[in-house]
Unconditional design. Structure first.
Length: 317
């Protein structure tokens, strides 16, 4: 364990470097991944109950549960699905692929597609506009003006319609044709099964649609405040962290977002360890930390931490 912490400070260790995988019979990294595995199954069961129990559930109960469904989409995208992208749960590729399909069905879009959009997000790291666009397709600066982030309102409610499936697919197909094939298969599977659900019970399906859209909008809201007061010019401060314990327990340590962008492949169970190892450097370079969960980032009234750090101190750190 000491060797692992020490390696985080070595200049020859790349951002995406991880320690070697331990030998496991079932899970690829740790038995703690049984937690997100069960969470995913629970999420799928909840969605199935919400749909198939539509006519047996009174409105006063169904509508609050549908609101929970909206939150669960954001939760899935930013916790279980997110961690699965960086560290697939299982040793066996076929089982990881099966879970990719399960994510696709519960979240309503191809998990393989989301993986490549998200990894592109880590290439750009909320970069500012250059030559008319950004590397990061999710950058809060891409549609902003005068080098500033765009409004939280437009980012939250427009982002769902901005995904460029064609651009992402062509890029993946050029580099990894076999993975592009899985994007097609997953999208086709989602479309076919969702159409079957529409035919089976169009009332339940159409009632879920606005909550589905709200869920993806909440995910964008979460992403906005994961970066709003970060520093695009400082790798260690690319993200904004929150150490709210309840949020991190439920969201699988997504609150450690500055740490995650600094070491994207580090497993969620080691976020506290990483934070403790680089805490002094984070303070010196102005990593912003708020007390609220990311979705409530509008409650954070502190100025961006990196604006309070002297430039000379930042360069020396």
């Amino acid at each position: 364990m000491r060797r692992i912490v020490a390696s985080l400070h070595r200049p020859d260790i790349q951002v995406n470097t991880i320690t070697s995988k331990p030998r496991r019979l079932f899970f690829a990294y740790t038995a703690w991944d049984a937690i997100p595995v069960l969470m995913v199954l629970g999420h799928a069961a909840f969605l199935a109950w919400l749909f198939f129990g539509f006519h047996r559930t009174p409105w006063w109960l169904w509508i609050p549960c549908a609101c929970v469904y909206s939150v669960s989409i954001s939760w899935s995208i930013n916790s279980t699905s997110h961690n699965f992208i960086h560290n697939p749960f299982f040793k066996w590729e076929w089982l990881n692929r099966a879970y990719s399909f399960l994510f696709s069905l519960t979240d309503g879009f191809s998990q393989e597609f989301y993986k490549h959009v998200h990894l592109r997000h880590h290439v750009g790291n909320m970069d500012r506009v250059k030559d008319g666009t950004t590397i990061d397709p999710l950058s809060i600066y891409r549609h902003g003006k005068d080098g500033q982030p765009e409004s939280v309102w437009t980012y939250t409610f427009y982002s769902y319609f901005r995904d460029d499936i064609g651009e992402c697919y062509r890029r993946v197909k050029q580099k990894w044709p076999h993975l592009a094939r899985w994007i097609r298969i997953e999208i086709a599977t989602v479309v076919v099964i969702y159409l079957a659900c529409l035919i089976y019970d169009w009332r339940a399906f159409l009632c879920l649609v606005p909550f589905y859209y709200l869920g993806h909008s909440l995910s964008s809201l979460n992403g906005y405040y994961e970066h709003l007061k970060g520093d695009p010019d400082q790798p260690i401060a690319w993200g904004v962290s929150t150490y709210n314990k309840l949020y991190n327990w439920i969201w699988l340590y997504n609150g450690f977002h500055a740490e995650h962008h600094y070491r994207p492949k580090l497993h969620w169970t080691r976020m506290v360890e990483l934070r403790d190892a680089i805490r002094d450097e984070q303070r010196a370079k102005g990593v912003h930390v708020m007390n609220w969960c990311h979705a409530l980032g509008f409650m954070d009234r502190q100025p961006p931490a990196h604006t309070l750090v002297e430039p000379a101190q930042t360069r020396a750190a």
